[in-house]
Design a protein around this ligand. Structure first.
Ligand SMILES: Nc1ncnc2c1ncn2[C@@H]1O[C@H](COP(=O)(O)OP(=O)(O)OP(=O)(O)O)[C@@H](O)[C@H]1O
Length: 229
């Protein structure tokens, strides 16, 4: 049985039918890249999976938890890292980590060394007491990433993880995702940067006008890259 099943999902964004009867299944431990041209429906799908957008038709089920029927149990098993960092001006970097840990009911003591590890890895160890307004765009992106990476949820969803990161941070993130995958983490991400995915992706799913139009393995990635060039 798939870890996540999405069946016949339709979502409107304003007057646009952004998702149109979409079906998708993701197995435990898979890293799936959601791809497609601008406006294909990738972000809409991710936001809907997090319960941030209503859907008019279909269902989303993670394990046995149906998003519509049991949103609390569903949502505490999913972590979403948005493309645009969403940080609170009144909280320091470290307080964001504490807020995340608290909201997912994890143990801060257990995660303290993990926070330190990520602060070092992403080279923002001197920013722990800084407020978001004093951070660069890339630094804010790193803070948002660390918040999500701290939580070992059943499903990690990342919207455009590489945008805004320098090459070192991009490489660090690929290493972190590789480690997480080796530990059995299931990951769904969107990207336009296929080169980053060569070593970590199991499968791509291509959206077009709110539908899945193609799926393939990492072996087919080269042909795909040529089509997108
Ligand atoms: N807030 C909104 N109001 C109205 N229409 C929207 C809104 N957000 C998205 N849409 C429309 O929904 C469709 C899907 O957009 P979505 O942002 O999901 O695409 P995407 O695949 O994530 O694109 P990109 O690669 O540019 O991020 C598009 O036709 C878009 O114009």
């Amino acid at each position: 049985m798939a870890l996540l099943s999405i069946r016949d999902l339709s979502v409107k964004q304003g007057e646009t039918l952004a998702l149109d009867g979409l079906n998708l299944a993701i197995n435990e431990g898979e890293l799936v890249a959601l791809i497609g041209h601008n406006g294909a429906g990738k972000s809409t799908l991710m936001k809907t999976m997090m319960g941030l957008l209503d859907f008019s038709k279909g269902e989303i089920v993670l394990k046995n938890y149906n998003l519509s029927e049991d949103p609390l149990n569903y949502k505490r098993r999913v972590v979403y890292i948005p493309e645009q960092p969403f940080l609170l001006t009144e909280l320091t970097v470290y307080q964001h980590f504490q807020l995340y840990i608290d909201s997912y009911q994890r143990d801060e003591q257990v995660l303290t060394p993990v926070i330190e590890h990520y602060l070092q890895q992403f080279e923002i160890q001197d920013k722990r007491d800084a407020f978001p307004l004093s951070l660069s765009k890339g630094m804010r992106q790193k803070v948002q990433l660390i918040c999500g990476l701290l939580i070992d949820a059943d499903l990690l969803i990342i919207d455009e993880p590489f945008i805004g990161l320098d090459v070192y941070a991009q490489r660090t993130l690929v290493n972190v995702l590789t480690d997480k995958k080796a530990c059995g983490q299931t990951i769904l991400l969107t990207t336009h940067q296929f080169d980053q995915l060569d070593t970590i992706m199991d499968r791509y799913v291509m959206l077009h006008e709110g539908k899945v139009i193609e799926e393939g393995s990492d072996y087919q990635l080269d042909a795909l890259k040529r089509r997108f060039d």
